[in-house]
Design a binder for this molecule. Structure first.
Ligand SMILES: NC(=O)c1ccc[n+]([C@@H]2O[C@H](COP(=O)([O-])OP(=O)(O)OC[C@H]3O[C@@H](n4cnc5c(N)ncnc54)[C@H](O)[C@@H]3O)[C@@H](O)[C@H]2O)c1
Length: 355
């Protein structure tokens, strides 16, 4: 009898692959069936560590009837083609962040999944944190009142060895750079919580990584469509790296998340549940501040299990491609603004101008 769990194949056996594998093997809803990678050594390491099948390519993995869903965890610029091919083969997809390198690619991926009738979700797993969900619920029920400020401060560190570990990590076209790669999660949280940006004014520079020809630091002023304003600060130059912060200030309250801990939760109308919300998160959970593998897999597991349930119940996943599109647009607008040295109003009119 066929296993009722959703069978996953990982496309990519690199840095993030073990986190996906652990999440899949820790869930009663999912099975890690196989991993595919062009690099035989990496593939061998993953199959030995997790006791699953190994394939030398996506095409070979798609021949396996036990694969219901493909997790596309290759470098950023390779997501689009793999998603389109997997969807055409009738497989559901989980896509690592950023979903693709351009809005045109994002739209093409979403259309391919719709046409094939498969589910697609994006792994911006920070959305699932309890502190984020509490902030979102409070915003949606109007508890903050008017939102004045929504900011993120990502003061992280990545070493020279990290940038040298793979060619794509030093290539803008491949999706490297602190703005599109690391800060994407936190720009996404601001977008998820407060809504799309209407204008961005960004400045980018390289403070501590002379070996790469990319920004390791971003500073941006943001105006939101809802009327709020904010700051995006993100860097991989700030040793040793400290917990990322999301700060929301409204006329009636302030919430600050540090890492995944609710650091400040204060409203004019104190409610009974507030004491518990203040305890959300734990200082012991790593969230990426000091190194790329300085992470837990639990947030990924929530995203993966949601996709499995979406497949089983034939509903939309929690984090759709469409819901992440405004984050990519905001990120691209920041690149354009830094290039022009001027504010940029969204929507971005000419994507090619970003490059
Ligand atoms: N959600 C998160 O917190 C998080 C954290 C780290 C990385 N990521 C994302 O995960 C993705 C992968 O990042 P990584 O750090 O693991 O990269 P990586 O370079 O360590 O691994 C990517 C792997 O893909 C393989 N690959 C490349 N092209 C392939 C192809 N055509 N077919 C099969 N395999 C191919 C490479 O050989 C490599 O082993 C990126 O999109 C990255 O942004 C997300």
């Amino acid at each position: 009898m066929r296993d009722s769990r959703i069978g996953f194949g990982l496309l990519g056996a690199g840095l993030i692959a073990p986190f996906h594998a652990k999440a899949l093997q820790s869930s009663a809803l999912t099975e890690l069936v196989a991993v595919a990678d062009l690099d035989a050594q990496r593939l061998e390491r993953m199959t030995a560590a997790f006791g699953c099948k190994g394939y030398p390519s996506l095409e070979a993995m798609l021949e396996d009837p036990r694969i219901d869903a493909v997790s596309v965890i290759t470098p950023n610029h390779l997501h689009h083609d793999a998603v389109v091919a997997s969807a055409a083969a009738g497989r559901h997809v989980l896509i690592e962040k950023p979903p693709a390198m351009s809005l045109a690619e994002v739209d093409s991926m979403a259309a391919a999944c719709r046409k094939a009738g498969v589910k697609a979700c994006v792994s911006v797993q920070c959305r699932t944190r309890k502190a984020v969900q509490a902030i979102r619920a409070a915003i949606q029920c109007g508890r903050f009142g008017r939102i004045y400020h929504a900011d993120t401060y990502m003061k992280w560190f990545r070493s020279t060895e990290y940038y040298r570990s793979d060619a794509w990590r030093i290539s803008r076209r491949s999706g490297a750079g602190v703005t599109i790669n690391q800060a994407f999660h936190y720009v996404d949280l601001l977008q998820y919580l407060v809504g799309p940006a209407s204008t961005v004014h960004a400045r980018m520079n390289n403070l501590a990584h002379p070996e790469i020809n990319l920004e390791d630091t971003l500073l941006a002023f943001v105006e939101y469509r809802c009327g709020a304003q904010g700051v995006v600060q993100a860097s991989t130059a700030l040793w040793p790296g400290t917990d990322v912060r999301i700060e929301i200030n409204g006329e009636n309250g302030t919430a600050i998340m540090a890492g995944e801990r609710m650091e400040t939760w204060k409203f004019r109308d104190e409610r009974p549940e507030d004491a518990e919300i203040r305890q959300y998160g734990s200082a012991s959970v790593a969230t990426g501040a000091t190194g790329a593998a300085d992470l837990g897999f639990q947030d990924h597991q929530v995203v993966i299990e949601d996709l499995a349930r979406a497949i089983m119940d034939d509903r939309e996943p929690m984090i759709t491609i469409e819901s992440v599109r405004p984050t990519l647009e905001w990120s691209l607008a920041m690149y354009l603004s830094a290039k022009l040295g001027a504010p940029v109003a969204l929507p971005v009119q000419d994507e090619e101008a970003v490059w």
